[in-house]
Design a protein around this ligand. Sequence first.
Ligand code: HH2
Length: 271
Amino acid sequence: MGIVNVTPDSFSDGGEFLDPERAVEHGLQLAADGADVLDIGGESTRPGAAEVSAEEELRRVIPVIEGLIAAGCTKAISIDTSKAAVAERALAAGAVIVNDVTALGDAGMAGVCARGSSSLILMHMKGTPRTMQEDPTYDDVVAEVREFLAAALERAVDDGVDEDRIWLDPGIGFGKTVEHNLELIDRLGELRSLGRPIVLGASRKRFIGTLTGREVGDRVGGTLAANVIGVARGAAMLRVHDVREAREALDVAEAILGTREWREPWTAVAS
Ligand code: HH2
């Protein structure tokens, strides 16, 4: 999954792709680099980020979704939003996945996904983007994240979302210390018992900067390590800024480890 942030303030590439034409160009490049999914986001979720109105989010993302489709993009388009109204319009414009970092924080979200027959990514976050990094504590981070995702999954299914279309994400960096992030990636396999494929979003995040001393635009080496280990532990989809590098790392990892389930996440999870 390649990231297209149509925002002025994203932590890693804020402002770079605010212009719809540039965002479309960037998405097409990520597709050419080997992305299967393009994740279009109009609201930053970085710690302390300001909230954006639905109107402003729509103004940012809809031209990009329409532009990608008009340009002949055949990759699955995902809308990174926590607002049901934005998801609904994005699905109407051609998106097929809703990436909800609040895991149904908006009570209308599951209904929109059910009616639109979209896929849905449910992510764990402790608190809100404004507060989440204020001394997050857990007794057992993996157990708590697992419990949260199990409850969100149940709610989504109760609200009519097809279980086969749901993906789960531990929410790396969302209310977690460096140690929490490392433990979640290392023990990612424990989330597989929920029976749904796992999405991992570690790309360029702060814990990688802490470990490597690198600035945000210079974290691809650390990101690749997190991603390869994540896949080896059971991640079925990686949300990344640097698609070409991620794809190459997976190709080599796959050559070493043999046929891997990330190629067929649905069947692997069902078996
Ligand atoms: N991380 C970010 C945003 N959306 N979605 C999922 N499913 N998983 C993640 O880990 C995730 C996500 C944050 O990264 P980014 O989009 O690069 O930055 P920002 O939120 O500042 O736009």
